[in-house]
Design a protein around this ligand. Sequence first.
Ligand code: GLN
Ligand code: ZN
Length: 788
Amino acid sequence: MALSNVAGFPRIGRNRELKFATEGHWRGETSAEELAATGKAIRVENWKLMQDAGIDLIPSNDFSHYDQVLDAIALVGAVPERYGWDGGDVDLDTYFAMARGRQTDALDATAQEMTKWFDTNYHYIVPELGPGTQFSLSSSKPFDEHAEAMEELGIDTVPVLIGPVSFLLLSKPADGVSDDFNALDLLESLVEVYGEVIERLAEQGATWVQLDEPCFVADRAERELDALRLAYEELCKVRERPRLLVKTYFDHVGAAYGVLRDLPIEGVGLDFTGVTHEEGAVPAHEHGGRHNAEFVAEHGGLDDQWLFAGIVDGRNVWISHLEHSLDALEGLRDRTAQLVVSTSCSLLHTPIDLDAEPAGGGADLDDETRSWMAFAVQKVGEVATLAKGLADGRGAIAEQLDANDRALDSRRESSRSRNPEVRDRVEALSEADARRDTAFPDRKQVQRQKLGLPSFPATTIGSFPQTDEIRTARRQLRQGEIQLAAYKERMRAEIDRVVAFQEEVGLDVLVHGEPERNDMVQYFGEQMLGFVFTENAWVQSYGSRCVRPPIIFGDVSRPAPMTVEWITYAQSKTEKPIKGMLTGPVTMLEWSFVRDDQPRSETCEQLALAIRDEVADLEKAGIPIIHVDEPAIREGLPLRREHWDEYLRWAVYSFRVATSVVRDDTQIQTHMCYSDFGDILEQIQEMDADVTLIEAARSRMELLHEWEKTGFANDIGPGVYDIHSPRIPTAEEMAELLGEAARVLRPEQIWVTPDCGLKTRAWPETEASLRNMVQAAKQLREELVPAS
Ligand code: GLN
Ligand code: ZN
């Protein structure tokens, strides 16, 4: 026998109902009751879908009105003081205030910080804790949802909670709390509240509870492993309690395997994605499944515990290899008291339903490519099929196996998944293609002569404010309301305006402003082969925000120039250098759903070649500087350090392949943001861009400490203008930041730049801020550069 389980289901609703109801509520248009009703309808629909599919263990409390970590904050009453909460159940207003901040006459409280959920593109709310934090049971959400499923559909669901140890490890010290505060000091009191929660769930008839402890797939110290042991030993002592499943995901559990195995918990959830792939086709961040399989096979099985085998990948859009999955599951079956087929993690990271994509919608989403894909609904089906195959034999699922075989064959052999020309080019790449002809100091000489820039040159990251007019023009073109010629005219008018503005403000290296771009990945993906775009495949990014990541389904190439027309137009309007703006290969990869039938590194090299072609064309068209954004390069770092080197090697290599095609006198710039880069400064140096423009204002130039120790060889622009806020920085404060940088770096290597693109800002503050920024650059020139 084998049972089936799903670790969590998307909660935004098939048509993003939750988003619209939630935003309506924030605008005061949707009542709390209406919002609650929308939530309930989504939950009931999800439960019913899993019930109909025959799933044995169906999750609850995987729903959320904003974020599951925020739900846990409310559950244990860890509400920071500034929200003025005075005990009792955390109400919806306080809940949303924590998520979004609140500004009223009575209260002026900033939102809690939000950050990336492991290496996914989902963001969670970071708990703020300190020695004074008092936990108390302050929400009835898990109880209500369990009762609701029982009442509506007679299902004894598995309530899902963030485990107490991960909750603490994901937290940060509250304002004013010293950095040496260790959140694990709060473990005992937190576990007490969790004890109450599971006791109450038992009282209302819950058989199982799922506690997510994803933190244990990263490298963990002894004390943290001890905390895991202690927490669950304590919870297991609760007299009346449900069975406890401790679920991990996103990588292997390493040393935590022994801890979980020895605990008196009834279930262990491990990620097995990657075990079903052909050797060599395992994406880097999915090595974990193989290790987990080895632990179970070699380090003693789970003789008394149920193994929740996360074999259906919860974070991609591809069908499983059913035969291989069955092989792997059969291998696990004898090593556990009870095998449960499950998803690797919550399906929250996948779109909901492939069948919601209109036939003939996205040009490349046809019967063939569709047959390769599975969204959440289809993945639930796969879990059920695998469990049935294990229970009743492969004959019982012959039809599904057959269809799966055919889809996998077509995927393997299709000329769209494999383009020999692209493969030959990747094959033929050598180190020489990933290296500029001369070393940086010599390049700098020739570039300086050609460009004639002042010291402390001022530039931007590419985009300028995206006004309603621009968005309207793009929409009208898409919907066929205006002709291409009219659209181009409007875009050119915008470029004229942006170029003239930059000249007038006194910037040194200009941009065209990116008015034609909806999104920095989508814009390029739409012009490359191997990508497909969807209509309805929304995935929650945070709160009510959803994204539709492009899908890379086949070999990537660039059939024609993508930006040359816009950039050369902009250059024709000014004597100053214009830089061509491109998105780098690693960022294209990170912000897409990536094919899982070959290593990510190979897909990245294909992307690198496509961008290299564009770089070459821009140079040929006379563009003197090419800027290649790689904001996501840090995000792709695997969770375990053992995989860092491998990732960084191919990530840096791909960037260099994309950019090394140019002559010495063509300048390559790059930009990075959204992360702390302290960990990877050495690799940023290895990328060997002539100029690196990097987010720094926001972190108050923390990077300077690193550079003080190591230096940085090439030119560098630490951002001096925090573009995440409408606040206008003064010339003095920016000059001060530049002065600090000039004490650590060489003045002649410093560029002056904002932290990131300006597309989310409004014009008035952009104008004022950039004027001040140019002023700051001029001040530094006067102070630090001797008059000749
Ligand atoms: N060139 C892009 C822009 O200016 C870069 C955005 C980013 O780094 N996220 O918008
Ligand atoms: Zn940026």
